[in-house]
Design a protein around this ligand. Sequence first.
Ligand code: SIN
Length: 495
Amino acid sequence: MGPTSIANLKRKDLFQTKGYINAQWIHSQSGKTFDVINPATLEKIATVPEMGAAETAQAVEAAHVSFQSFKKTTARERARLLRKWNDLILENIDDLALILTLENGKPLAEAKGEVAYAASFLEWFAGEAERTHGEVVPVANPKQRILTFKQPLGVAACLAPWNFPIAMITRKVGAALAAGCTTVWKPAGETPLSCLAQAVLAEQAGFPMGAINVVTTLDLVAEVGMELCTNKFVKKLSFTGSTRVGKLLAEQCAGSLKKLSLELGGNSPFIVFDDAKIETAVEACILAKFRNSGQTCVTANRIMVQAGIYDQFAEALAKRIQQLKVGDGTEEGVFIGPLTHERAVDKAMCHINDAKAHGGQIMLGGSPLDLNGKKGYFLQPTVIKNMSREMLTTREETFAPVVGLYRFNTEEEAIELANDCEVGLGGFIITESIPRSWRVTEALEVGMVGVNLGLLSACESPFGGIKESGYGREGGRQGIQEYLALKSMLINVDN
Ligand code: SIN
């Protein structure tokens, strides 16, 4: 049997249950706490401090003081720290994955994948730290010389979601630290433990006092968010989460014109054309739909299939899904874990019932899953045929292992349906035609397109959206630029 509880951690010190401010593990000033729950069993894993505006201001102050010296470190020094942190994460991959599975629910193998993905951002930004060149600008006035260079913005607030609590921290914080910013991390209330474990390793890697601070909160999240958005020392805020909260943060940051990166909700079209290979389409769909139990911002939400291949694809997909084991992520062979929240099950059931009421035909699943009396938030993997535009899933992310199959006839119709949407994060195309893959990629109103695959995540590829999916890019060459300010220097050479 594999590890199933915190007691199985090899490094016990990775299990931290306090906030981390100015290199101290601290409690909330009020003494208030909240519980972290395992969504597979509904058992309590830990109790952590409920911090508010006061502790947040303290964390920002510590980061601001630390910035005064950290900004003077060389890019190479910062790169070394990031590489050391990367190595420590990989050395402790089993423990980090276990903590992640226990608080988020994703299966252990997938959790290990997230830890490796998280580490890859540190290695990537260690390289990028030294590649933030400025330029020498050709001048119109021969008595002048002009050059540009880049400097870190200051304190960066990094607000991470519960669906990728480890990787979304390093995608933000790796870029911020590489640029020379200091950081305040605000993990989601559901998943603070993997974030706190990362802080242990970052401290061990040698980041200086105050460069890393973690504020834990659940019920006081609005208060913490307001402090981060209005505190004058915070110069950059990066958020991954819902479009609703992203808009609120943008409004709150407007007063001090903070630089923002917003990676918000999606509603990814997954378009299978008649010329697709069925096996490629099925495997890509499994990944795009069932990764993290359907709870990623780029999860395939509207599965659109051309009429000539519709029934064949639906049958093959349903057959393949029946082979996927659902259960507690610590159990061997589990591919689909629980949803992270009770309200996620409610939302999925609302979408399923709405589809049924509008003529959707359930091919598979369609109900919460009773796993031999296990209390967790499990849902049967579900496939629904005959989806139509008026259904809720057309407009909203279902964020659950529910496949809704829409039928289309022409490429134009597919593009029109895909773009009839307020958000634009990811999209997928399955086709054997190279010209079509170009045409459709160019026509889709999204920030990222996957062709003949079901995963858009790679540290070297810029991640982000357009429309109401937000702005800014994480990862890639662009990720570090979000934490830098460009300065021009104009020199009189006529003396
Ligand atoms: C997300 O869901 O926000 C991130 C997914 C990813 O990086 O793959």
